[in-house]
Design a protein around this ligand. Structure first.
Ligand SMILES: [Zn+2]
Length: 441
């Protein structure tokens, strides 16, 4: 953990504590393995074409109907859900490659943080403490959501200059070509934006304000978009379709979704219906749709995950655990999924062995992916159940640190040291947190 985590003090992620079936609030960042896997498969060749290892760049979705996308130089790219819902896979790839162009070009000079402070160094998206998944009671959204403490798109990230826009476009075209993708998506997306430039600025999408568009840019893109273009393959295209439908199912009014997606022989419609019914609190109907869907796709781990989520958010942790166990048997064992399964272990476990297994899973998950909402809190609860007071306080210190709460982090680290063996790895970690606390603003 470095000092930069404290710089993100200004960039606090507040964990959303959504009750069961709550709709996602605007500004929430969602985590979902299916979405992240599809984005990964789509973007890996583009990221590699840009000369980065594939894990160096990650894409996240923010719930927001306005069209926008932006990058942090740390390598995170954020998409508004509205942009995904309104873009084809080719347009999505074009915009993503363009954002990657900003990452590669280090386009950050005018990045302004909260409170108007210019941030000259990387804003690392802070790891999130607090909990969605680990909250007591029924409110457990497994489509882990973290709320950004502000409306991110416009205020914290910068307006790029026209020169930076042109260079990001050219980079995007180069990456897409190398990756074997069509390049016309970016041009088409910007063409749609261009039509809106005639609207009053309040009606324009934030993307237009952050990524200024002009004729020179469009002409350059036209020149770089040959008529003969490769196609995005059918598997990737279908994956993107599932992502669009999943997001749609979580953000649009359930009644409208139930009217629109009515074909009970179509697995995608069944998924949309299950999510809509779950949001309406109709657990029995939601589960019956999922069971129908799973008869058609028994090896689809994401749908088992969804079943676990629906049960867990409804407080049925025994059934949730069973669904997660099937998901794991099929092979979905990512840090995000491990934390979900560990949550079910915490809720249903009766023996120390189960809690210890959960601790191991959560620790490993957080070391690989610190951006899992609720991870540290879950760890603290598990250590509490195992009567490990020092480790529990240390987990709470990590949670506070991730939130940017230096005072609370120091308080918990001091408490942890009272229980931990001097010079043990955990004690040393608590010492590190204390010294970070002293350096923080
Ligand atoms: Zn741009």
């Amino acid at each position: 953990m470095k000092l930069k985590y404290f710089i993100t003090f200004l960039w606090i992620l507040v964990i959303s504590t959504l009750p069961a079936q709550a709709d996602f609030a605007r500004g929430v960042v969602i985590r979902d393995q299916q979405i992240e896997d599809v984005f990964g498969k789509l973007m890996d060749p583009v990221i590699q074409a840009a000369g980065y290892p594939k894990d160096a760049v990650r894409l996240y979705v923010i719930i927001d109907p306005e069209l926008n996308a932006f990058a942090q130089i740390g390598g995170q790219i954020f998409f508004h859900s509205g942009l995904i819902l309104q873009s084809t896979v080719e347009e999505f790839l074009g915009v993503a490659a363009h954002e990657l162009g900003h990452v590669v070009g280090n386009h950050v000079s005018r990045t302004v943080g909260i409170g108007g402070k210019v941030m000259t160094r990387s804003l690392v998206l802070s790891a999130v403490g607090g909990a969605l998944m680990a909250l007591a009671g029924s409110g457990e959204a497994a489509m882990g959501a973290v709320t950004l403490g502000m409306h991110v798109g416009e205020r914290s990230f910068l307006n790029y200059s026209r020169g930076q826009e042109g260079s990001a476009d050219l980079a995007a075209v180069k990456f897409l070509k190398t990756a074997g993708y069509p390049t016309w998506g970016l041009k088409k997306f910007l063409g749609k934006m261009e039509k809106k430039t005639y609207l009053s600025s309040s009606m324009q999408d934030p993307y237009m304000r952050s990524h200024p568009l002009d004729h020179v840019r469009m002409q350059a893109l036209v020149r770089h978009t040959p008529a003969d273009q490769p196609e995005v393959n059918a598997v990737l295209r279908e994956g993107y379709e599932w992502v669009q439908l999943k997001i749609r199912a979580f953000v649009e009014p359930p009644a409208k979704l139930l009217r629109t997606y009515r074909d009970l022989k179509n697995p995608q419609h069944l998924m949309v219906q299950a999510i809509a019914l779950h949001r309406k609190g109709q657990l029995g109907d939601a589960v019956s749709r999922l069971d129908q869907l799973l008869l058609m796709r028994p090896k689809d781990p994401y749908m088992w995950e969804l079943k676990g989520q629906v049960h867990g958010e409804s407080g049925q942790w025994t059934q949730a655990r069973k669904a997660y166990e099937t998901m794991r048997t099929i092979g979905l064992r990512t840090p995000l999924n491990d934390v979900m399964y560990a949550t079910a272990l915490e809720k249903t476990g009766k023996t120390p062995k189960e809690f210890e297994e959960a601790v191991t899973l959560v620790q490993a998950a957080l070391s690989k992916d610190p951006m899992i909402g609720g991870g540290w809190r879950l760890l603290a609860i598990l250590h509490g159940k195992l009567d490990q007071k020092g480790e529990m306080a240390l987990a709470l210190a990590e949670q506070a640190l991730a939130r940017g709460d230096a005072k609370q982090a120091s308080f918990q680290a001091t408490k942890a040291q009272k229980f931990l063996k001097k010079n043990s790895p955990s004690w040393i970690r608590a010492e590190d947190i204390l010294s970070l606390g002293k350096k923080s603003p």
